[in-house]
Design a protein around this ligand. Structure first.
Ligand SMILES: O=P(O)(O)O[C@@H]1C[C@H](O)[C@@H](CO)O1
Ligand code: GUN
Length: 293
């Protein structure tokens, strides 16, 4: 007989982590910011920081990928209380999907209402350039098609319903707000809006896979975000998703280009200051319950 394998966290385990954090900091965040690969510098915009290494937080998984520091940073941004994940978890690291999304339910128990989810992604849309920011308007969940959803297993109604709707996953008013903010900052030239597709990774896509994803309607491809968004929507958070197009997907058999993680991190470094200004102004303009533009 094999020992029984853990299938997920209990409500009590999420609560232990949330209670531990609540006891260690006076911050009461309403906004969570999840930093994509190489985008951890976003946390630097928070004032009055209280930082926890993931290794010190009960039940928290550990980051293993370069460009993901593995710290939870609490602080204020333009007077608003935030928590920032400097490092997220990916399926390809070997985490089961319920571990990938663990922090999201902890944030919900801490009182977070809005999740700002960022990532580094490869551009499939030929109009996209390296360094573009893409507002995520929808997603294609390839692992989900194969049954790998963070909501598989018994549903805990304390978090949300068995069959959550995803047609409004990426809040339309928050996207409008981001467009307004980008216009004011002079960023419109490199702001796009499109569909993000998640794949399992860690290998980058073949040329045929890139063509397939594009034909399916994807504008960008990555290895994260969607699992977190599903859990955030399930437990009632509003979601704003932002991809940084860090590389162009290779679509041509004659091309000499090769996707690589160093280019991903380098593009993140080059766009760091614009991303900080974008998120900072966006949070400043975020209203507590509604942002109907
Ligand atoms: O955490 P994100 O989705 O930003 O990271 C992307 C996907 C892989 O982890 C990595 C590939 O370079 O960047
Ligand atoms: N799957 C995938 N993830 C990425 N993250 C950053 N760039 C890419 C890419 O080209 N493909």
């Amino acid at each position: 007989m094999f020992p029984e394998q853990k299938q997920g966290y209990t409500y009590e385990e999420y609560k232990v982590t949330a209670d531990w954090l609540r006891a260690k900091t006076e911050h009461r965040p309403l906004i969570a910011i999840i930093c994509g690969s190489g985008l951890g510098g976003l946390a630097e915009i928070l004032k009055d920081q209280k930082v926890f290494s993931y290794s010190d937080i009960p039940n928290f998984p550990q980051s293993t990928v370069q460009g993901h520091a593995g710290q939870l940073v609490f602080g204020t941004l333009n007077g608003k209380s935030c928590v920032c994940m400097q490092g997220r978890f990916h399926l390809y690291e070997g985490f089961p999907i319920w571990q990938v999304t663990f922090p999201i339910r902890v944030f919900q128990l801490l009182g977070v209402q809005t999740a700002i989810v960022t990532n580094a992604a490869g551009g499939l849309n030929e109009d996209y350039n390296v360094g573009d920011m893409m507002l995520i308007k929808d997603h294609l969940n390839l692992p989900g098609f194969a049954g790998n959803s963070p909501l598989v297993g018994p549903n805990d109604e304390r978090f949300g319903p068995r069959f959550p709707c995803m047609s409004d996953a990426y809040d339309r008013d928050l996207r409008k707000l981001a467009q307004t903010v980008a216009r004011e900052l002079g960023f419109s030239d490199f702001l796009k809006e499109g569909v993000y597709s998640v794949v399992g990774g860690p290998s980058f896509e073949t040329i045929a896979e890139c063509h397939m994803l594009k034909r399916l309607g994807a504008d960008a491809v990555g290895m994260s975000t969607v699992h977190e968004v599903i859990v955030a929507r399930h437990c009632g958070m509003r979601v704003f998703g932002l991809s940084l197009i860090t590389n162009k997907a290779v679509m041509d058999y004659d091309s000499k280009s090769k996707a690589n993680h160093e280019e991903v991190l380098q593009t993140g470094r080059e766009r760091a200051s614009q991303l900080k200004r974008m998120i900072s102004s966006f949070v400043e303009r975020l209203e507590r319950n509604n942002n109907v533009c």
